[in-house]
Design a protein. Structure first.
Lengths: 156, 829
């Protein structure tokens, strides 16, 4: 091996080590998930939730428009009439059954777009692993009580 | 053709019949004109102004309402100009002024003409900033219809339907100008028997279906063209289903049968299809209790027991009861099983062998129909004998009313009650139950001119009408021709028709949805498939070759005889519930060695069975039904309950036949339909595919000729003694539309409409017995008693007590106990 080549190699290594050493002193860009939170952008589309009005009434009126808009048939809605003395939602109609199958969902947000009352929205929760397939079908109860409620409605 | 006119629509020449409305002419030419108030089956009113088009006239171009303007020769019409568009946009903006933004919660959303036309012809923007008018929302105008006055666009369609077709003006417009609303009259709910049609007619979601409220969205349902099975008119319907459930029924057009109308029972009473108590698994009685078992075990048990009983007591100790409520395929399979596998003619149904029927039903419903645009009815005089279409056949009732009001048809009514149709003032001939044939012979004498001079004026008026008529139709129903008197009534009516002359015809109509088909299939103790007598050589050899067996010539027991007889050892009951009809029958069903009940629900009869087999019903399996004018129609499978193990009847009997050593070549319902076309000559060619979705009438020339009745004397005339000291009243019974039968009563929303458990008396009788409406009484006959409440109505003749069949919790069978006439007395409770 010639000396020239040796020096060239050493210089390369030195350069590489330089990069390494330079970054050794900097803060890491990776996040210790799940011990640390990751930044989520406002328009991120994660697990859904069903919202309520400030007075506690459900926003969803069971109109089935989200179901119609969904490209993957992930949503199933069954509507019913409100008991005028104890309404679940404003007006005559509410969702008796609302099911959302996360295994089908492609998080396109069309449901949110279709909803006339801004009831169904996609939240920021993305950690949705589960042990049973059936647990991926969110019930109305689960959707109304999300673990990570989303406060802001998408700007557009 | 001379009566065609030629006009120009959008630069294209079109030729249409004279007097066509412009809006229809445009439709024929493929040009769409938006409308709200105009409807092809209602008189034009021209109140919504949506249909304005440009018409060139002598005084220049004008905007004209195309829905009220008949076409004229050489007319020049434009529907696509800037001006037309501006007017359409402005008009829609006006209509939407007070229209709420309800689409997401509105049941019409997705199939709403207002939505569609706003998208197609509307301005696309709204200038309205003022608050909208408020009015009544979710306002029940009956137990089945919800009105939302805010959504109404004041098109008059509902009002016009009730006036023009129902002849019951139960809705109207109130207030004026901007405050105009549609409402019921004097707070009385809409109760016309076909009121649901206004839901289909309403161009917006102002009138919606209370029973199917919020249960469907038009884009998520499957639509199956079918026919209604509640009565023998066989109206064409569409079944809307989702997630294996029947969600809603709407009318479907068939100009040969129901125009596009259906009655409220057919539209709303369908909860039984998805009722949670539907039988879903076979059950076998073990240690006195019915327990669920596998099909194989149930069928093997039946086959085994049947073989034993047949060996021990002979084939004629086994019988079967079919039903006018189940399909041709089910009835055919049942009778083939009895005749070919068991070897007996003990097969009948309610209103079967005991009723003196005629084979072909009505000549054609179209002969009695008066559509909005079409010829007058062919028949000019109708005699209803012991038939109350308003309660029994509501769409026939609708056709008749229209034929009377607009087609000049005359109506003669002979009935034990002064039924609703008597309001048209035709001759009303009263009789007492049992006095039918006497009345027929009096009418016959009046027509022949041999009546006593002091004969009742109504009879003379009826005879006069009949003699003047060129084409009369005498229609009788099972109530008039049951029991011993039946043949006398039938023969008498045939002789009456002969006496009237050329144009007169007689027809028998059954009441159940497949009453005609059940007879055609040979569910008769004395009739083979095709209604051929048991000794008809051709029919016998045809069936023997087809079935590979030898047929018994020994006439079987009728329905009543099977249930009365002590010799029956085993009985199949399909879709019938004789246990509720008579206390004696209820007891004798328990004496049987083997009772096999095939049904949809755990009926009283099923509770007594040794084996209960769950059947698939009308909405769950392919089947054909024959209506009262011999029209064979398809009712395809619309829903299937994935959890149920119920099977169609034909399949049950195919497997049972196999257990007993006979192989039937049926792989699906259509192959049974195909075999029927070979077994019944009149059904030749009427395969599943050939029937299409409008059905086909079988040729009445293929029916067996009934024995000439002219030579027969009118025997069996029995004068009913008018009251006796012990039991002063004649019991009058019959069918009411909203009864306590399971097919109706399982629809909860309609409970308020059901006929109460009442005995109705003439005001004079009520006064005589010191009873008022609402008195609690016990009605007694020699056979039993029944607790009821009194109602008072002049519709009931003096000396009669009217108690309809199958009232909720009050079976009139307790008084009749299997007989057809009884006298009763009434005691206060
Ligand atoms: S996000 Fe898209 S795929 Fe998921 S439920 Fe909504 S519409 Fe369906
Ligand atoms: S979430 Fe929105 S779109 Fe879906 S049914 Fe409820 S109100 Fe309608
Ligand atoms: S009637 Fe039609 S336009 Fe009006 S709220 Fe209902 S769906 Fe919408
Ligand atoms: S309720 Fe419907 S059918 Fe009746 S007038 Fe109003 S919009 Fe027309
Ligand atoms: S459709 Fe012509 S005025 Fe209403």
């Amino acid at each position: 091996m010639e000396l020239g080549e040796f020096l060239k190699g050493a210089a390369e290594i030195g350069k590489a080590m330089g990069v390494t050493l330079k970054h050794l002193g900097q803060k890491p860009v990776t996040v210790e998930f799940p011990h640390e939170d990751i930044p989520i952008y406002p328009r991120f589309r994660g697990r859904h939730e069903l919202r309520r009005y400030a007075n506690g009434l459900e926003r969803c009126i069971g109109c089935c428009l989200c179901e119609a808009a969904c490209p993957t048939e992930a949503i199933y809605v069954e509507a019913a009439e409100n008991d005028p003395d104890a309404p679940l939602s404003p007006g005559e109609r509410h969702a008796k059954v609302y099911e959302l199958n996360l295994l089908r969902c492609v998080f396109c947000g069309d449901c949110e777009e279709a909803c006339p009352t801004e009831a169904i929205v996609l939240g920021h929760d993305f950690a949705m692993a589960n042990y049973e397939r059936k647990d991926f079908v969110l019930t109305k109860e689960e959707l109304l009580n999300p673990g990570m409620p989303k406060v802001i409605i998408r700007p557009e | 053709m001379t009566d065609n006119v030629t006009l120009t629509i959008n630069e294209e020449e079109v030729s249409v019949p004279a007097r066509t409305l412009l809006v229809d002419a445009a439709r024929m030419a493929g040009v769409e004109i938006p409308v709200f108030c105009s409807h092809p089956k209602l008189d034009p009113v021209g109140c919504c102004r949506m249909c304005l088009v440009e018409v060139d006239g002598p005084r220049g171009t004008a905007m004209m309402a195309s829905c009220t303007m008949p076409v004229g020769d050489g007319m020049v019409v434009r529907t696509d100009t800037e001006q037309v568009r501006t007017v359409q946009e402005a008009n829609l903006a006006f209509i939407l002024l007070n229209h709420p933004l309800d689409c997401p919660i509105c049941d019409k959303g997705g199939e709403c003409p207002l939505q569609d036309q706003t998208m197609r012809f509307g301005p696309g923007i709204s200038q309205l900033i003022e608050p909208k008018r408020l009015a009544k929302k979710h306002y029940d105008i009956s137990d089945t219809i919800v009105l939302d006055q805010e959504r109404c666009v004041l098109c008059w369609r509902c009002i016009r339907y009730l006036e023009e077709w129902e002849d019951k003006p139960q809705l109207g417009l109130f207030e004026r100008g901007n405050d105009t609303i549609v409402d019921i009259q004097d707070g009385r709910p809409v109760d016309a028997k076909t009121s649901g049609n206004i839901i289909d007619l309403c161009p917006v979601g102002a009138l919606t279906n209370r029973v199917a409220r919020f249960a469907y969205r038009p884009w998520e349902i499957e639509r199956t063209p079918s026919v209604c099975m509640h009565c023998s008119v066989g109206c064409n319907v569409r079944l809307d289903s989702r997630t294996h459930q029947l969600r809603r029924i709407v009318g479907r057009e068939n100009m040969q049968v129901n125009d596009q109308w259906i009655c409220d029972k057919g539209r709303f009473a369908h909860a039984w299809v998805n009722d949670e108590n539907r039988l879903a698994t076979p059950q076998l009685r073990k240690n006195g209790k019915l327990v669920p078992v596998q099909w194989s075990e149930a069928l093997a048990y039946i086959a085994n027991r049947l073989t034993g009983i047949k060996e021990k007591y002979g084939a004629d100790s086994i019988g079967a009861i079919g039903s006018g409520k189940i399909s041709n395929e089910s009835n055919y399979a049942l009778q083939r099983f009895m005749r070919a596998v068991i070897g007996t003619n003990n097969i009948d149904h309610r209103d079967g062998g005991e009723v003196a029927a005629l084979p072909t039903g009505l000549p054609a419903l179209t002969e009695l129909m008066k559509p909005q645009y079409g010829p007058d009815p062919e028949v000019d005089t109708v005699v209803l004998f012991g038939l109350d279409p308003s309660e029994e056949l509501p769409i026939l009732d609708l056709h008749l009313k229209r034929a009377i009001l607009r087609g000049g048809v005359k109506l003669i009514i002979a009935h034990a009650r002064k039924i609703e149709l008597t309001r048209y003032g035709g001759p009303y001939l009263a009789y007492l139950p049992g006095g039918e044939s006497l009345l027929v012979s009096r009418l016959l004498q009046a027509v022949q001119g041999t009546a006593l001079s002091d004969e009742e004026p109504a009879i003379q008026a009826a005879a006069k009408l009949l003699k003047e008529s060129e084409s009369s139709l005498i229609v009788y129903g099972p109530m008039a021709a049951r029991g011993e008197n039946g043949p006398g009534v039938r023969d008498g009516l045939e002789q009456l028709a002969q006496a009237v002359g050329e144009g007169a015809r007689v027809a028998y109509v059954g009441l159940d949805g497949n009453a005609q088909g059940c007879r055609d299939m040979g569910v008769l103790p004395d009739g083979l498939p095709g209604q051929f007598p048991l000794d008809d050589g051709d029919a016998r050899s045809r069936l023997e070759a087809l079935w590979g067996c030898e047929l018994s010539t020994f006439p079987g027991y009728t329905y009543k005889q099977m249930l009365d007889s002590q010799e029956m050892r085993a009985l199949f009951v399909n879709g019938a519930n004789p246990a509720t009809e008579s206390p004696d029958w209820s007891a004798s069903l328990e004496e049987l060695e083997l009772l096999v009940v095939t049904d949809l629900l755990p009926t009283e009869t099923a509770q007594k069975a040794d084996v209960v087999l769950p059947a698939q019903g009308w909405a769950e399996s392919d089947g054909t039904y024959t209506n009262l004018e011999r029209r064979v129609q398809r009712a395809p499978k619309a829903v299937t309950d994935p959890k149920s193990r119920a099977a169609p009847d034909w399949m049950i009997f195919t497997h049972l036949a196999k257990q007993m050593g006979t192989h039937w070549p049926f792989s699906d319902a259509h192959s049974v339909t195909a075999e029927i076309t070979r077994a019944v000559p009149a059904y030749a060619g009427l395969t599943w595919e050939a029937l299409g979705d409008q059905g086909r009438q079988w040729d009445s020339d293929s029916a067996p000729v009934s024995g000439a009745s002219a030579g027969r004397t009118l025997d069996g005339i029995s004068e009913t003694a008018f009251g006796d000291a012990e039991y002063p009243l004649n019991l009058v019974t019959g069918t009411v539309l909203y009864d306590g039968g399971t097919l109706f009563s399982l629809t909860e929303q309609m409970h308020g409409m059901a006929h109460g458990a009442t005995v109705t008396l003439n005001p004079a009788d009520a006064a005589e017995f010191g009873l008022d409406a609402g008195s609690a009484v016990t009605v007694r006959s020699e056979q039993g008693n029944l607790d009821l409440t009194v109602a008072v109505d002049a519709q009931v003749q003096a000396g009669c007590a009217w108690i309809p069949e199958s009232l909720p919790g009050a079976p009139v069978g307790a008084l009749l106990n299997g007989s057809f006439t009884q006298r009763v007395k009434i005691e206060r409770r």
